[in-house]
Design a protein around this ligand. Structure first.
Ligand code: GDP
Length: 447
């Protein structure tokens, strides 16, 4: 029998309402000892999923609140759950929690409710990670990706692969047990065709990772170009507040300044860089080195210039630095132009940090260049752990495909089983205890 665990499920501090949650067998009997419902109903006769008003006894004081009972297995943890809603003062919630301890409950560990849900088969390990991603998500896109994970989007695809692998393995086992040479040759060809399809599906899942990773960590944007072209001003204009130091003396942006922006719910980390002039100034050359390393690590580079197309040596050096990266070329200070330039110049967008021209267009292009037009539904692969398991699964798939026709079937079977096991790490079926514990460590107490 699992012990009753208890925790405050709402954040610490003052609030309208606080929730104390308990899970485990006998939880309703425990609640009966500290909750006096209004009216004639007894706690033991509570209908599940219904709120009952009443008095909550916290030992040294009482509160007037609500009690709700979730009956196993139709509850978050798969066990009987009782929740009290009380007034949202920290001492009120803590007093009620202490009372549950005095009646036999013990303090829940981090993520222990969700861990019990996983152990009771209510959700897969990937889904539990989705819950943590939603709670920890800093941007809307991260929450959305967490939700896709939580709603078993990845697990469904992975489980379908596992089912096909199980079917394949059964066929291999039969051939190994009853070998008849001519049948085996034909069978190996069929197995190979199936394995190629499986490898393609694994590739499809792996491809979602770069988008997922950007959603989780944010897209890194390096704003670069010659000094005084208006990089800091543009950064401020995009962010909508004064952060970077703006000055008309060349070389003042010596440090990379970070600003964070959300575009369509995705976090973009913007870095302003110093220009890359040859310089005798030590501080400035440190800035240049930093600029180079920022550009190297950037997902997208915004190149700012005042030129209409003919770039000078210094600008060519900046462009060289950004080679191989998606780049957006800006023609800034459009407000200083007497008449509008033809749009078929060397630049992608004409902007003005003074009038705000082109800024919205720049934001759209930043999104498009870094995340493409991928369906957002593909962005559920955001955990390094899942990527690693899929990558290893793919390696075994490639190994098995290569072995077809060259190695005996039972050896191919070992690789096929290894693919299944790698995928099981995602769903949780083959995850080790330490992996499971590590995952639930990321949760807060009460979830
Ligand atoms: P950075 O060295 O590239 O970061 O350039 P700054 O942002 O410090 O700007 C250099 C100078 O150009 C400052 O005096 C800005 O006010 C001015 N500036 C920047 N952008 C624009 C623009 O779009 N239009 C005009 N007229 N001036 C600008």
């Amino acid at each position: 029998m699992e012990e009753i665990i208890s925790a405050i499920a709402t954040p610490r501090g003052k609030g309208g309402v606080a929730i104390i949650r308990m899970s485990g067998e006998g939880v309703l009997a425990l609640a009966e000892k500290m909750f006096s419902p209004v009216g004639k109903v007894a706690v033991k006769d509570f209908e599940p999923y219904r709120m009952y008003p009443g008095q909550i006894d916290a030992g040294n004081f009482s509160d007037y609140g609500l009690c709700v009972y979730f009956k196993a297995p139709k509850s978050y943890t798969g066990e009987d759950i009782v929740e009290f809603q009380c007034h949202g003062g920290e001492s009120v919630a803590r007093g009620i929690l202490k009372k549950t301890f005095s009646l036999g409950a013990r303090s829940a560990g981090k993520g222990e409710f969700t861990k019990r849900a996983f152990l009771n088969g209510k959700l897969s390990l990937a889904s539990a990670e989705g819950v943590a991603d939603m709670i920890n998500g800093e941007s809307e896109a991260e929450v959305k990706a967490g939700y896709l994970l939580y709603s078993e989007k990845l697990t469904k695809k992975v489980s379908a692969l596992q089912d096909d692998l199980t079917y394949l393995l059964a066929g291999i086992d039969v051939s190994v047990d009853y070998p008849e040479e001519d049948i085996e040759e034909q069978h190996v060809e069929e197995i190979k065709v199936e394995l190629v399809k499986i490898a393609e599906r694994l590739d499809g899942l792996l491809a979602g990772y770069s988008v997922g990773k950007k959603i989780k960590t944010g897209v890194t944007v390096a704003i670069c170009g010659k000094p005084n072209t208006g990089k800091s001003s543009l950064l401020n204009c995009i962010l909508g507040y004064e952060k970077a130091i703006v000055s008309s003396i060349a070389g003042t942006t010596r440090d990379a300044v970070e600003g964070v922006l959300e575009i369509n719910g995705v976090k973009f980390n913007l870095y302003d860089t110093a220009g890359v002039r040859e310089s005798g100034d030590v501080i400035e050359s440190i800035g240049i080195e930093r600029a180079q390393s920022i550009v190297r690590g950037a997902d997208v580079v915004v190149f700012v210039s005042e030129q209409d197309g003919e770039y000078d040596e210094e600008e060519i050096r900046v462009l060289e630095m950004a080679k191989g990266k998606p780049i957006i070329r800006i023609r800034n200070k459009s407000d200083l132009l007497e008449e509008t330039l033809a749009t078929d110049g060397e630049w992608d967008i004409m902007t003005s940090a003074v009038t705000g021209e082109g800024i919205e267009e720049l934001k759209d292009m930043l999104y498009e260049k870094s995340l493409g037009e991928r369906s957002e539904d593909a962005a559920f692969l955001i955990e390094e752990r899942h990527y690693d398991a899929l990558r290893r699964a793919k390696e075994h798939a490639s190994g098995a495909i290569f072995a077809c026709g060259k190695e005996p079937l039972d050896l191919i079977g070992i690789d096929v089983k290894a693919i299944w096991d790698c995928l099981g790490e995602i769903t949780g079926e083959t995850a080790t205890e330490s992996i499971i514990n590590e995952i639930f460590e990321k949760f807060c107490v009460g979830k």
